[in-house]
Design a protein around this ligand. Structure first.
Ligand SMILES: Nc1ncnc2c1ncn2[C@@H]1O[C@H](COP(=O)(O)OP(=O)(O)OP(=O)(O)O)[C@@H](O)[C@H]1O
Ligand SMILES: [Mg+2]
Length: 369
């Protein structure tokens, strides 16, 4: 619903069964240029509110037939951006508290002076303006972010893919005449571009998850089948690096609900991390387990581990704990585990990392049954 122009006077509704209170409010508020509507009971008040969509309503708590509390609940639900102030006698402070819980912004004990009424009205209307402004800014931020996501996916992703293709074409056409040195340079270009592509993909996915546009399926799936696929995909790399990849899957695990493709990427990320930090002849173990509440996946390695003071940060975006040793192999953007934890959250699950420096790392993923 569009905001009313600033030139139009703001509409205030006073719902009170006492004529003298309504008169007093009208006089005091009209002096400030507000348009004031009156209702002598709750039913009439709700009707007028639905008609004129007031910015502010003063609602008496003690009214016959429909109580003030009920009116507050209905208006909070039905009238966009309304702020409500409760008018109450001293005896009903408890119900004033109750009405704040139902959505009223403030309360005003009877009797009150015109100045007090005006001060409360101004404060409530300011509060409403701020709320509307905050929402507008949030929406604007979301839109800018959305545009940036579109920008990154078009302006970075496509050129990167094209460069990869050109490099491949170059290798095909000039392959035989390239010196070893030239081939090495092309290889390095491939790897660096691949890193950049991974970074862009991870970043895009994380943004999509955060703003709710990441589409993922919710189908019953056999987690062991997904783990087997991830282990298959990683087995070649493990072989090259001389790392043993062992699996230990429990029988008869219950199906979980989720998206196989994103979970596959989660497992590949974690096994991929393990291959970076585990030296030749080390072991990566992928195993499953379950208890009354969770299906559990555990991926552990016998590598360098993560220092205790760095462990709390590994799920933060762009955080990388590693030292400088073995730089080529351990390259990364620090987004992999952020991606994993966001995907786990989207599955109502949880991922934790545990490690003793020098003794390897274990990542545990819990999926609710
Ligand atoms: N199995 C592991 N052993 C030792 N350190 C690890 C392990 N897994 C993660 N880490 C540490 O956690 C950091 C964050 O991991 P994350 O996967 O988020 O980023 P990355 O692997 O550096 O980059 P990316 O996954 O984006 O390519 C890593 O840089 C590394 O320091
Ligand atoms: Mg990683």
């Amino acid at each position: 619903m569009p905001e009313k122009s600033h030139m139009e006077p703001e509409q205030i509704l006073v719902i009170d069964d006492e004529q003298s209170i309504r008169d007093g409010c009208r006089q005091a508020l009209e002096k400030l240029g507000y348009t004031v509507h009156e209702a002598s009971d709750g039913t009439e008040g709700v009707k007028i509110a639905r008609d004129v969509h007031p910015a502010l309503a003063f609602v008496d708590l003690k009214m016959p037939v429909v109580s003030g509390i009920e009116v507050i609940e209905i208006l909070a639900r039905d009238i966009p951006d309304i702020v409500q102030v409760v008018i109450t006698g001293y005896a009903s402070v408890m119900s004033a508290v109750e009405s704040l819980k139902k959505g009223a912004y403030d309360y005003m004990p009877k009797p009150f002076t015109p100045d007090q009424l005006r001060a409360v009205a101004k404060r409530a209307l300011d509060h409403r303006k701020l709320t509307i402004e905050a929402r507008r800014l949030r929406e604007e931020k979301r839109e800018i972010e959305q545009n940036f996501i579109t920008f990154v996916s078009h302006e970075m992703r496509s050129p990167l893919a094209t460069i990869q293709q050109y490099l491949e074409a170059l290798e095909m056409t000039a392959g035989a005449c390239l010196t070893q040195e030239a081939s090495d340079i092309i290889d390095r270009c491939h790897r660096r571009i691949q890193n950049l592509e991974d970074l862009v993909e991870h970043w895009l996915d994380i943004r999509r998850i955060d703003n709710g546009t990441f589409v993922h399926e919710r189908t019953p799936l056999d987690i062991v089948a997904v783990l087997k696929r991830s282990a298959d995909e990683m087995s070649h790399l493990c072989k090259i690096r001389g790392i043993h990849l062992e699996t230990n899957f429990s029988e008869g695990l219950p199906a979980i609900t989720g998206d196989a493709e994103s979970l596959l990427r989660v497992f590949i990320n974690i096994i991929g991390n393990a291959t970076k930090y585990t030296p030749a002849d080390g072991t990566i173990t992928v195993e499953t387990d379950s208890d009354d509440h969770y299906v559990i996946v555990r991926i552990s390695d016998t590598g360098a581990g993560i220092p205790a003071d760095k462990l709390p940060f590994i799920f933060e975006p762009f955080y990388r704990a590693g030292g400088k040793e073995n730089r080529d192999r351990t390259k990364g953007s620090g987004l992999g585990l952020t991606f994993c934890s966001r995907i786990m959250e989207a599955h109502n699950g949880k991922i934790t990392g545990d490690s003793r420096e020098g003794e390897g790392a274990t990542f545990t993923l819990l999926f609710p049954r």
